[in-house]
Write a protein that binds this ligand. Sequence first.
Ligand code: NDP
Length: 488
Amino acid sequence: MHRFQLYIDGSFEDGAAQFESLDPATGTPWALMPEAREDEVNRAVEAAHRAFRSGPWPRLTATARGKLLMKLADLVLAAAPRLAALETRDTGKIIRETSAQIAYVADYYRYYAGLADKIEGAHLPIDKPDMEVWTRREPVGVVAAIVPWNSQLFLSAVKLGPALAAGCTVVLKASEDGPAPLLEFARLIHEAGFPPGVVNVITGFGPTCGHVLTRHPKVAHIAFTGGPGTARAVVRNSAENLASTSLELGGKSPFIVFADADLDSAANAQVSGIFAATGQSCVAGSRLLIQRSVKEAFLAKLKAKAEAIRIAAPDLMTTEVGPLCTQRQRSHIEATIAASLAAGATLVTGGQALTGPGFYFPPTILDCSDAPNAPALSQEFFGPVLTVLTFDTEDQAIELANDTQYGLASGVFTASLTRAHRMIRAIRAGVVWVNTYRAVSPIAPFGGHGLSGNGREGGLAAALDYTTTKTVWLRTSDDPIPDPFVMR
Ligand code: NDP
């Protein structure tokens, strides 16, 4: 069996115990993962704190930090096939997707490498004579970065890139589900030459690892991606250390198709919007809102495309949908579909887990037009399940789109430029895609509202989130400061 190690203070170690990681394609153990418990977490945070306060890291110029990040980007690219294969093996994400995504992960590191020496303070035209006043953007301190199982290399890059560019140090917690790619990535951190303690990579279980990490008194900022329930626990913990938090949570994103849209193009975008990553994607366009006059035609296209999708082992380049990451995830999907069918929803296609080994579930379309209370409409599946609702007017589409506690992403398909602008203004979501879906870039901010969280990742703003502002007052007069108690 393959074995992986934690990375703490520049050294690799086995952890307090080992746990088995299952191959989602077969449901059988394939590797032993190291478990970090209280002692490992504490040592990782102490190492990050030491590295932040002393040693080479705080003395490095921003340009030198950028060079290290650039080296890391090159190493990620060179190790792309290995990292992609590990992510596929440990999480079930198909190799086509992991291979393509890893190149983009390198781009994120490259972007933040370039940004490191552009995080500037400001000179203030202060309203007092004989004073020079300016601000410095200083790193906030030790960052606890926590990611879920899907796209761990990507979700950690959007945290590590800006945090390191800003000069912070990091304890990165990989999910207990599929941590292999991040534990392997730690070797690239080591090879790039980051000083010991600057980046520590651990994994372990929520209650014994994540809980200890997020309430540690030396953690200054928590960058969390996961579900809203865990986010609440993390925010409660931040009441102990008063760390700032940025939360990237789930979604129930509307995918709105008007009758005037290019239906073939919209259907292709919808298929990738919901079935890519086997639906385990925070931005999944999981709520199709379709204008009544084209509903039948559009659903016919979707059904044909969904049923033609090749479901197979994730390590084959021809596979289009692979297994879910865990049986727990599959059980949640099955239960939510059953409850929705009981509430009046109807199946257009799919709906039954595949028999045989592995955690496979087919692309599923659930028409909820006559089932307004179906749990499928409000609960995130985090799987390949699309719900369908019908609308007649633009106002109805807006009302349905905003009828959610989430607010992460949205898609609008229309040929009307004026309608597109009205929809952009009306939809409450962190991202609006018009006649496209799922596009991301290191240059563009990304994040949500409500149950989707409050952080923004990507772009300059994300790097500023890892800084604190220091205001400097410098008196330029050589005259002595007068005694304040002498009356004049
Ligand atoms: P969870 O919230 O269950 O887990 C996320 C991370 O938090 C994991 O590393 C988990 O560890 C850890 N964790 C669990 N309990 C605690 C705790 N008490 N304290 C601190 N950390 C803890 O999320 P899921 O794994 O279910 O991931 C899916 C969710 O992530 C979905 O809602 C999805 O939409 C969201 N997501 C959001 C994205 C965004 O950018 N907005 C991107 C990708 C996903 P462990 O796994 O070991 O339990």
